[in-house]
Design a binder for this molecule. Structure first.
Ligand code: GDP
Length: 310
C-alpha cells in the first residue's frame, strides 16, 4: 500500500490526536511533520522511530506530545551488541547499503547481513560502493559481480565527484518517495553516508545529527538520531546513526538461508539443509563462493550464540 493510502487508513484508527509523520529522531524526542509544518514532540509512552505515522497533540510551551504510533507496514531491525533488538526505521521502501573499498575496509559480510535483514523485512535492497576515487580492491569486484548476478543493483560512486552520482541520484528519485516510502542509507561509520547526502542535497544541512537544526536544544550532542530528507525531483532518503557492526534481529539460524543472497537459488537436494561444512550431498560448497559461505556460516554461528558479533 502506498504511503498516502497508509496515511488515509491511519486516519481511521482509534488513536486520538492529529496525524503526522516522524521525520527526525533524537533520543526521546521526535520531529513530526504534517500539512501544517513541523514540531518536536515528546514521547509519552510508546517509542517512535523514523518513518512512523503517529498521532500527536499540542503541548503548550514544548511543541507537541506524541500520543501513539500507527501500525507499521515495514520494520528494519538490528540486534545490538548486548543482544537487544533495536528498530532502526519504519515504513521504509528499502535500504541502500553504503560501503567503501577502504577507509573503512571493504566488508562483504556486513553487506550480506544487511541484505538478510532487508529480505527478511520485505524491503528493497541496493548496494552503493562509495570512495571509488580511492581505487577498487581486488576482493570488491568479484563480490559485486556475484551480487549483481543475483539481481541486486550496485552503484559505484564517489561523493567527491558529481558525475559519478548522476545515475545513483536518478535511481533514488524514481525508487523511493512519498508514495512508496523512503530508502535508508545504512552502513559503517566513515563509509561516506553523510558526504553522499551532502552531495545529493546541496544547500541542506545534513551534518552530525545532534547538531542538525535549531529544532533540537542548543548544545545537544548525540549520535543516535536519524533524519528523513526529500530529494529535489522526487525521492526520500533516511540517514541512519553510525554503527560499527550490524546483525539482523528476529531470525532463527534455520531461517537464514531463506534470506541470505544466493541460497534461494541453490536448489540443494535436502530440505532444511543448514549447508554446514562437509555436509554430505549438500551442493552449497560446489555452487557458492567461499566468501558467501563463510559469511552465511558466521551469521548462523552468531545467531546460535547470540552473544558476540563477528
Ligand atoms: P559517514 O560516517 O558514513 O557519514 O561518513 P562521512 O560522510 O562522515 O565520511 C567519512 C570520511 O570519508 C570523511 O573524511 C569524508 O571526507 C570521506 N569521504 C566521504 N566520501 C568520500 C569519497 O567519495 N572519497 C574520498 N576519498 N573520501 C570520502
Amino acid at each position: 500500500m502506498s504511503l498516502k493510502g497508509r496515511q488515509q487508513k491511519a486516519k481511521h484508527t482509534r488513536i486520538k490526536g492529529k496525524p503526522g509523520r516522524v521525520i527526525g529522531t533524537v533520543g526521546r524526542r521526535v520531529l513530526v511533520r504534517d500539512s501544517q509544518g513541523e514540531r518536536v514532540c515528546y514521547l509519552s509512552g510508546q517509542r517512535a522511530v523514523i518513518g512512523d505515522l503517529v498521532r500527536w497533540e499540542d503541548a503548550p510551551g514544548s511543541g507537541g506530545k506524541l500520543l501513539g504510533v500507527e501500525k507499521r507496514q515495514t520494520v528494519l531491525r538490528r540486534r545490538d551488541l548486548q543482544g537487544k533488538e533495536r528498530i532502526l526505521a519504519a515504513n521504509l521502501r528499502g535500504i541502500v547499503v553504503v560501503s567503501s573499498p577502504r577507509s573503512p575496509d571493504f566488508d562483504s559480510m556486513l553487506i550480506d547481513r544487511y541484505i538478510v535483514a532487508a529480505n527478511a523485512a520485505g524491503l528493497d535492497v541496493h548496494i552503493c560502493i562509495n570512495k571509488i576515487d580511492l581505487g577498487q580492491m581486488d576482493c570488491v569486484t568479484p563480490y559485486l559481480r556475484e551480487r549483481e548476478a543475483l539481481g541486486y543493483k550496485v552503484f559505484s560512486v564517489s561523493a567527491k565527484s558529481a558525475e559519478t552520482l548522476v545515475e545513483f541520484e536518478r535511481f533514488l528519485q524514481t525508487n523511493s518517495g512519498q508514495e512508496s516510502g523512503p530508502l535508508a542509507l545504512v552502513g559503517l561509520s566513515g563509509v561516506g553516508k553523510t558526504s553522499l547526502l551532502a552531495a545529493l542535497l546541496p544547500g541542506q544541512d545534513v551534518g552530525p545529527i545532534g547538531e542538525l537544526s535549531s529544532y533540537w536544544d542548543q548544545g545537544q550532542h548525540t549520535t543516535t538520531g536519524s533524519r528523513l530528507f526529500e530529494l529535489e525531483g522526487g525521492g526520500e532518503l533516511v540517514d541512519s546513526p553510525g554503527i560499527r557492526t550490524f546483525s539482523p534481529s528476529g531470525l532463527e539460524p534455520g531461517e537464514v538461508s531463506t534470506y541470505f543472497p544466493g541460497f534461494s537459488e541453490l536448489q540443494c537436494q535436502f530440505r532444511d539443509c543448514m549447508h554446514q561444512k562437509g555436509q554430505k550431498g549438500c551442493v552449497a560448497e560446489e555452487r557458492l563462493s567461499e566468501n558467501t559461505l563463510r559469511g552465511y556460516r558466521r551469521l548462523i554461528e552468531f545467531l546460535e550464540k547470540q552473544s558476540t558479533p563477528y
